[in-house]
Design a protein around this ligand. Sequence first.
Ligand SMILES: O=C(O)[C@H](O)[C@@H](O)[C@H](O)[C@H](O)COP(=O)(O)O
Length: 266
Amino acid sequence: MAQLTNCKKKREVIKLVTEEQVAVALAQYTAALSEKYIKEKGSFNVVLSGGTLIHTMRVLAEVYKDAVDWSKWRVFWVDERVVPLDDNDSNYKLANEGFFKKVKKIPKQNIYPIHYSCSAHEVACDYESRLKTLVQNKILPTSACGFPKFDLMLLGIGPDGHIASLFPNRPQRYERKRWVTFITDSPKPPPPRITMTFPVINCASNIAMVVTGKELADPVAKTLGGYVGPPPPIPCSELEMEAEGEVTWILDKGAASKLHHHHVVY
Ligand SMILES: O=C(O)[C@H](O)[C@@H](O)[C@H](O)[C@H](O)COP(=O)(O)O
């Protein structure tokens, strides 16, 4: 794994050409981590996002269907839209139809969707308290600073540089105490959402930034190229600066199109 010279944390940037190659690389990467953590500790705790990620996970679901020990997976969401689980906007529904139904073998009790209520505040408190219970029961480990430590976060990035539901010009990105918070005016619809906070995201052992399409070339270049401009930097730069674990960027040609060679270390 490569390291940025001005930064002690581990980074890898995998630049590919097509979206299909990104899907294949994501499958290999996730299957390898799944095997490693299951061997080491008997479980694999994965955090999903919404957006295009689930579609990019199709190769994992199809090609690695019989190669991964799905029974040891536990699945959480880094952010979720506060809608019923059968609503077309639900990230759970997206994952259920595009991933869980394909791989079949993830036990239902190992999947942690939100408990829907119409109050985003209530949903966030409930999700946080369920995570706290899992930590108390030693099902989820914590990092030295007391936040839960997930094995893998699979994240996308928005054109405005948001990750999870941590947007520029919204206060949630500055939350440092809560594990899960809420937003009722998300600039990306639908407006009510819950989201894990930066301290939780940054404690993960591994973070994959899965980014495809030239409309995302700007936030990718701003993040990996070193942010120049007035503070505060875009949200995904915070992850680049603060993450404790390994961050792996898997990019297609469009997403990497504004990166110069000196921006990345392989
Ligand atoms: O609920 C959501 O909207 C997502 O979880 C969101 O955080 C997403 O990951 C990014 O917006 C990237 O989306 P794309 O992968 O579609 O670019």
